[in-house]
Design a protein around this ligand. Structure first.
Ligand code: ARG
Length: 461
């Protein structure tokens, strides 16, 4: 064990205590962020005259070398150190001598770790934002191709009214678009620099906090040193956005699993995204969709753990907060793995438009439109509802769709029916007539698709 304290202690830390306390096994993921933060801190100390130009240069170059050597595999992060911060400082001092010991001037591991986590979450937000955009683009492309692919829309998982595939997946476009917006919002809120807050009460050195903030790409320094080292609300906001992304991915996965089933056959999963069975040769399983759905649990878990960990901690830093790391890293990595796989699966799945259309036709999804037809002929809606109900019952008995009945049969149930019924309740008409904002009709959908196109090209700028 290599520890950062000693003076006050008359006895070595117990090994089990040391191991329990240490975070190096997981916080080494923060190396890049830790080095970026230390580099900015050293440059600022140099600019403020707290370090000489030579010391600053030695530190900055030494830090760059450490990063390079770890990334190229010539330097190993040893678990002899308590955490990534001690590893970097000790390695630097071992390599460049005296100036290395001055790096921690005016800084505490409390503001250091708060900075590292912020930088890590900010990087994650930027990457996840891009992955969301790729998924949105994939949905958009499919929407453009499927404004005339009819399918049943469901409520209670019962066929309800006809929609189009474009309209159905357009619902997910909206969800992921809001997820994208949430990432932008939380990124903007977290973009304040905690470095310089010290252990909790700032420092007596004349640090230039504006400078470190701007070197690290932050909008400004944080405004209260106690808050800076003790809150992790930005972690929770990110986890909560990830939880919502996974909720949406999970629902979409569930639908894809249903659509891909032998019973639905609305889509067929590409072979490259399917798995087989070790015993049943006929199987082609949607494991990717199931795993994406399943992994939602661990992301929700991370959010709940973090909320619970942070509850009731008095100001300012407490070691409880070290618990923020593993679950946050896991949730971020899970999301970064799921999004591109889901996008690939979605892009490559094949649609069966004929099967979808037949399913819509055989499910009485035009029953509401048949009732509306009677209303247009002067029948009060409540009566029309009853007539069509009886009609549906008759069809169920006969095993056919409403449009399969002859005019005579129809007239036996209500004399109001005429030849123009068939056109009024065709799938095409049922969908086409729905052109209010947000509805599945082609004109309404075309407008949405144009807006989505504009949104996506604005995001690319
Ligand atoms: N490993 C610690 C963490 O993640 C770093 C901060 C340590 N600060 C302290 N006062 N012990 O929270």
């Amino acid at each position: 064990m290599a520890q950062l304290w000693g003076g006050r202690f008359t006895k070595e830390t117990d090994q089990a205590v040391y191991d329990f306390n240490a975070s190096i096994l997981f916080d080494q993921k923060l190396l890049r962020q830790d080095i970026a933060g230390s580099t900015a801190h050293a440059k600022m100390l140099g600019a403020c005259g707290i370090l000489t130009a030579e010391e600053t240069e030695a530190i900055v170059n030494g830090l760059a070398d450490i990063l390079h050597d770890v990334e190229s595999g010539t330097l190993e992060i040893s678990s002899r150190f308590e955490d990534v911060h001690s590893f970097v400082e000790a390695t630097l001092t071992e390599r460049i001598g005296e100036p290395g010991k001055k790096l921690h001037t005016g800084r505490s591991r409390n503001d250091q770790v708060a900075l590292d986590m912020r930088l890590y979450c900010r990087d994650a937000a930027d990457e996840i934002k891009e992955l969301l955009l790729e998924l949105l683009r994939a949905i958009h492309n499919r929407m453009k191709e499927t404004t005339e692919v009819f399918m049943p829309g469901f409520t209670h998982l019962q066929k309800a009214q006809p929609v189009t595939f474009a309209h159905h997946i357009g619902a997910y476009f909206e969800m992921f678009r809001r997820d994208y917006g949430r990432i932008l919002d939380l990124r903007a809120r977290m973009n304040e620099c905690p470095l310089g807050a010290g252990a909790l009460a700032g420092t007596t050195y004349p640090l230039d906090r504006e400078m470190t903030a701007s070197l690290l790409g932050f909008d400004c320094p944080t405004r209260n040193s106690m808050d800076s080292v003790s809150d992790r609300d930005y972690v929770i906001e990110l986890l909560s956005a990830l939880a919502l992304i996974h909720m949406h991915l999970s629902r979409f996965s569930e639908e894809i699993i249903l659509w891909n089933s032998n019973e639905y056959r609305f889509i067929e999963m590409d072979d490259g995204f399917s798995t087989g069975s070790s015993i049943m040769p006929q199987k082609k399983n949607p494991d990717i969709a199931e795993l994406v759905r399943g992994k939602t649990g661990r992301v929700y878990g991370a959010l709940m753990s973090m909320l619970t960990t942070m509850k009731g901690i008095p100001l300012a830093y407490n070691k409880d907060m070290q618990e923020d790391k593993e679950l946050t890293f896991d949730a971020i990595e899970t999301t970064k793995a799921c999004l591109p796989l889901f996008t690939g699966m979605f892009e490559t799945m094949k649609l069966n438009p004929e099967v979808m259309k037949r399913s819509a036709m055989l499910g009485f999804t035009n029953a509401t439109d048949a009732a509306d037809y009677l209303v247009r002929k002067g029948v009060p809606f409540r009566d029309a509802h009853g007539v069509i109900g009886r009609l549906v019952l008759y069809c169920i008995d006969k095993g056919c769709a409403i449009e399969d009945l002859s005019l005579e049969e129809l007239k036996r149930i209500s004399p109001v029916f005429e030849d123009d019924l068939y056109d009024a309740i065709s799938l095409e008409t049922c969908v086409e007539k729905r052109n209010t904002i947000g509805a599945p009709g082609k004109t309404a959908m075309q407008k949405v698709i144009e807006e989505n196109e504009a949104f996506l090209s604005a995001c690319e700028k």
